[in-house]
Design a protein around this ligand. Structure first.
Ligand SMILES: NC(=O)c1ccc[n+]([C@@H]2O[C@H](COP(=O)([O-])OP(=O)(O)OC[C@H]3O[C@@H](n4cnc5c(N)ncnc54)[C@H](OP(=O)(O)O)[C@@H]3O)[C@@H](O)[C@H]2O)c1
Length: 238
């Protein structure tokens, strides 16, 4: 049995990924603050992953350990993320910077560590970080988001060097996907985010990928025997 732990399964790309993985016969444990529609093969946990105390308590509850029991292939997808806070340095609220780092970086790293510890006997283990092109270049107004996604990329590189038995890892940029996050981006003003008109034009031009088509590509990459050959990857190159 393939068992998948997926953060941010309630909306956007994660919701499409949950459906695609269930359709592939995977058992999925979704973790978000809100719930998705009930679906056969999908178990759901309601958790705020920017709350480190709540995450620690949940890991102590053994729900993750019992979900992973009996897996022949175990997968963790770190997908939850926020683009906020958006704005130039000096204009951001410090608590928003910390919340972004907790959700976008601390939670994926803590979950990855727990996942590897709790899947010691599983022959095929895979970790997928949902990264961003923004982690691979600097973009005005997105210093926090760019830094958090760059952190995931370098975490994947270093974990790959660890050479953990049976573990493959990849940090994958999903392209520009028509989700709530893109709506948030388009609602920024140009002072906060100078490139906002480019993103509005992409939407108006119908140039955003749909969550379903992106999820189908990611699922293919994730379940393929070559997963992890590219530790730093971009959906658009597959
Ligand atoms: N859309 C794009 O164009 C794009 C481009 C590059 C990278 N990405 C990356 O793709 C991933 C998915 O983004 P998306 O576009 O699908 O965004 P989205 O539509 O805003 O969905 C974000 C998901 O993360 C969950 N989430 C947010 N805050 C959370 C919290 N505190 N605790 C637990 N879960 C939380 C949300 O669930 P709840 O609200 O229910 O908690 C939701 O399921 C993100 O990592 C994003 O950085 C997206």
């Amino acid at each position: 049995m393939k068992k998948v732990v997926l953060t941010g399964h309630s909306k956007g790309l994660g919701k499409a990924l949950a459906s695609a993985l269930v359709a592939e016969g995977c058992e999925v444990l979704g973790i978000s603050r809100s719930r998705a529609d009930e679906e056969q093969g999908l178990q759901q946990v309601t958790l705020d992953l920017s709350d480190m105390d709540a995450l620690r308590q949940w890991l102590e509850s053994r729900v993750l350990r019992s979900f992973l029991e009996g897996a022949e292939q175990a997968i963790l997808i770190n997908n939850s993320g926020v683009v906020s806070p958006v704005g130039a340095l000096g204009t951001l609220a410090n608590e928003d910077i910390v919340r972004s780092i907790e959700l976008n970086v601390a939670a994926p790293l803590v979950l990855s560590n727990a996942f590897v510890e709790q899947t010691a006997g599983v022959p095929d283990r895979r970790i997928l970080h949902i990264s961003s092109g923004a982690g691979r270049r600097g973009m005005a107004g997105w210093s926090v988001y760019c830094a958090t996604k760059a952190a995931l990329d370098n975490h994947a590189r270093a974990v790959h060097e660890d050479g953990v038995q049976g573990l493959s890892i990849s940090s994958l940029a999903p392209g520009i996907v028509d989700t709530g996050m893109q709506a948030d981006i388009r609602s920024c003003n140009a002072e906060q985010f100078p490139q906002v008109d480019d993103f509005r034009n992409l939407k108006e031009g119908g140039d955003l990928a749909s969550p379903d088509e992106t999820a189908a590509k990611i699922t293919r990459i994730l379940l393929s025997p070559g997963f992890g050959d590219s530790v730093i990857a971009d959906v658009r190159n597959f």
